[in-house]
Write a protein that binds this ligand. Structure first.
Ligand SMILES: Cc1ncc(C[n+]2csc(CCOP(=O)(O)OP(=O)(O)O)c2C)c(N)n1
Ligand code: SF4
Ligand SMILES: [Mg+2]
Length: 291
């Protein structure tokens, strides 16, 4: 056994020296703590891991995790994560960020990440608001709610990130709450261990711009999935999205399919193997009308 194999990593080993600058009581502290514990449970090697984000309060998280990391551009975390995973499939790639980052400006990238089933874990910190820019409406803000940019109440319908993930091809989809660590840690651990695109929506209260009662409000809505829920059924999973007055937590959907990473590796084998690639003339001959 090598020295590296003998190290038992503890949650605290994943902490950096940076002190989080989130508001006291922000839900993102819970998400960060759950991540430390999940990484330790899986004994994830920090030197083989990248945590990536876009821009937002929640997107500060990579700075607090002692792995490789990148606090990138608003809405583009998944594009960069896709690039890293394509170039270095052996790395564990975890993407984190806010609901504005992931569902508004980054919504297009989210859909295609789900569709591609890249072997990445995406943890969304869902606070129903743009926190960093001081409380504007997000695509996840409930209809009718007042925000800094919807003074008379939000006139738009909210989207449900889990519904979007399930319907566009993510192979693992779950929902948890930053105020229920006992439930969140095993959920996050399962998401990270999943092979393929796993999407974990964590309800993570913004106590500054959604109200300091948000932990209580969300907790009262919390409900566990029934024990007989069929996680392999897309239809059954969708049933637990877009709920009103309820937040159902648990694994909504879980299926095994080859990831894009597997397919890329297969293609690499083909190009590096004995297969002679077609000549330019042979490719041109397949065009119509012929040159
Ligand atoms: C291209 C671009 N557009 C807009 C912004 C401004 N901006 C920064 S963070 C943010 C939204 C943050 O909300 P969210 O992603 O939900 O994260 P939270 O702060 O709530 O955790 C916006 C609009 C930006 N930085 N870059
Ligand atoms: S503004 Fe909201 S989301 Fe941002 S750190 Fe404060 S409580 Fe958290
Ligand atoms: Mg937000």
């Amino acid at each position: 056994m090598s020295a590296v194999e003998m190290i038992q990593l503890k949650p605290g080993d994943y902490k950096t020296d940076l002190k989080p600058v989130w508001c006291p009581g922000c839900g993102d502290y819970g998400v960060l703590n759950a991540l430390y514990r999940s990484l330790a449970k899986l004994q994830i090697e920090p030197w083989n891991t990248v945590v990536m984000s876009g821009i937002g309060c929640s997107s500060r998280l990579p700075g607090y995790v002692d792995t490789y990391g990148f606090n990138s551009v608003h809405g583009r975390a998944l594009t960069l994560a896709t690039g890293v995973k394509s170039a270095r499939p052996e790395l564990t790639v975890i993407t984190v960020g806010g609901d504005g980052d992931g569902m508004a400006i980054g919504g297009n990238h989210f859909i295609h990440s789900c569709r591609r089933n890249m072997d990445i874990t995406y943890i969304l910190m869902h606070n129903e608001i743009y926190g960093l820019t001081k409380g504007q409406v997000a695509p996840t803000t409930p209809t009718g709610d007042k925000t800094k940019s919807t003074f008379y109440g939000n006139p738009e319908a909210a989207l449900d990130p889990c519904e979007l993930a399930i319907s566009t091809g993510a192979t693992w989809v779950g929902r948890g709450f930053a105020g229920d660590m006992k439930f969140l840690v095993p959920l996050m651990t399962e998401a990270i261990a999943h092979h393929g695109f796993s999407f974990l929506n964590v309800m993570s209260p913004c106590v500054t711009f959604r109200g300091d009662d948000q932990f209580k409000v969300m907790k009262e809505k919390l409900q566990n999935l029934p024990e007989d829920h069929d996680v392999t059924s897309r239809r059954a999973a969708i049933y637990y999205t877009r709920e009103e007055g309820v937040i159902t937590q648990g694994v909504l959907y879980n299926t095994q399919q080859p990831s894009l990473t597997d397919r890329i590796l297969e293609l690499r084998e083909l190009t590096l193997g004995d297969n002679t690639p077609p000549t330019t003339e042979e490719i041109f001959e397949t065009f119509y009308p012929p040159f």
